[in-house]
Design a protein around this ligand. Structure first.
Ligand SMILES: [Zn+2]
Length: 122
């Protein structure tokens, strides 16, 4: 799965998805009690626990993204001129999604070459 976005933005997207999932599960769990009465209580309990775990996980991801973004390198994007943050040696600009690198050896590679390279490394 390829993310065509900056790594910090990808973290935020996952955090948001997990929050939505957690809230959805908790709402479904509560709705279970309303619709199925006592039979829905077990489903509700499972939904609430999983929902709570998903919410906590999303909180951890948000926290982690926050920590990463404070240690990330701030640069002016040469393509759009906005201030963006780089995670690692190579990352995409948060605004225009141009691939930026601090590694001079990779500086003249095209986006496709960089993605092939990242594919091999992982
Ligand atoms: Zn940019």
């Amino acid at each position: 799965m390829k993310f065509k976005s900056a790594k910090i933005n990808a973290f935020r997207t996952w955090g948001l998805l997990l929050t939505m999932l957690g809230m959805g599960l908790m709402v479904c769990g509560t709705a279970g009690i309303v619709f199925w009465g006592s039979a829905g209580k077990i489903a509700a309990a499972i939904g609430l626990v999983i929902g709570l775990i998903a919410m906590l996980a999303s909180l951890a991801i948000y926290f982690w993204a926050g920590m990463l973004s404070t240690s990330a390198l701030q640069v002016d994007c040469p393509a759009c001129g906005k201030m963006t943050k780089l995670l690692g040696k190579t990352d995409r600009c948060m605004f225009c999604r141009t691939i930026l690198t601090t590694d001079p050896q990779q500086a003249n590679h095209t986006a496709d070459q960089l993605e092939d390279q990242q594919h091999l490394n992982h």
